[in-house]
Design a protein around this ligand. Structure first.
Ligand code: SAM
Length: 233
């Protein structure tokens, strides 16, 4: 059994309680597959008011998070996990995807830095983070939700976290495409019927239908994914 450890640095540690205290993540923590520790950034400040931000040099709107408390938090965490990979969550980072989630799941330990305000002093990215990751081309108020997204997507690759280890293999993006459509009971809901092939009992026909549907859906919604597959062949 392997354990992946996450250390998350945030000024809102309470935000993580429910998402990490229920469902799959909670069970994985109970089984010892995940070790998630939340660190309050304000515990690493040296000023009386536990302030973690200041006005930007050169002017501009809003506040910027100071490098010092973040560097002190990382120094303290790395005493326990010196080999941890440090990730700064930021809209300016490389886009997060299923491949990245799989890659990160092979690490022993990940440190996630959650920004707030207008972001963090650039010296954090330059000198303290191993990489900068964005969860999408939009701007959120803080790095806490991105950290939760990353933890959940990465954790699903840890053997034992999902009940059925084959389910991740068949999911969207696993072969670069979206997943085929799924149906369950009843076979006929007010005239909306399940495709006949799925109740045919013929595994070859079902598999061919699923492949064709996955391709059709990917072509219509995410043609960029098919281009990516073509380029990598
Ligand atoms: N001024 C920054 C910019 O324009 O790139 C946005 C800062 S945002 C309001 C505050 C924090 O939220 C960021 O430091 C980052 O940690 C987090 N954040 C917001 N959107 C994000 C995204 N798409 N991916 C990852 N983190 C994000």
């Amino acid at each position: 059994m392997r354990t992946l450890r996450f250390d998350i640095v945030s000024i809102f540690p309470g935000m993580f309680e429910s998402p990490f205290g229920e469902s799959i993540i909670e069970r994985a923590r109970e089984k010892g597959l995940l070790d998630i520790r939340i660190h309050d950034l304000r515990d690493y400040t040296l000023n009386k008011h536990r302030k973690v931000d200041d006005t930007p040099f050169g002017g501009g709107v809003g506040m910027v998070m100071n490098v010092e408390p973040i560097a002190r938090a990382l120094e303290s965490i790395k005493k326990e996990v010196p080999k941890a990979r440090t990730i700064l969550l930021s809209p300016g980072g490389k886009p997060f995807d299923q491949r990245k989630a799989s890659e990160l799941s092979h690490q022993e330990s990940l440190i996630l830095i959650c920004g707030r305000y207008e972001g963090v002093d650039e010296r954090v990215r330059l000198h303290f983070a191993d990489e900068e990751i964005s969860i999408g081309d939009y701007v959120l108020t803080g790095g806490e939700l991105p950290a939760m997204v990353l933890v959940e997507a990465v954790s699903r690759f840890i053997p034992g976290v999902l009940g059925d280890s084959t389910s991740i293999v068949e999911e969207s993006f696993s072969e670069g495409m979206l997943e085929y459509p799924q149906y369950t009971r009843p076979r006929d809901y007010k005239g909306f019927k399940v495709p006949e092939v799925l109740v045919s009992g013929d595994p070859k026909k079902i598999s061919a239908w699923q492949k064709a549907e996955a391709l059709k859906k990917t072509e219509s919604v995410r043609p960029d994914l098919l281009e990516k597959i073509k380029r990598s062949n």
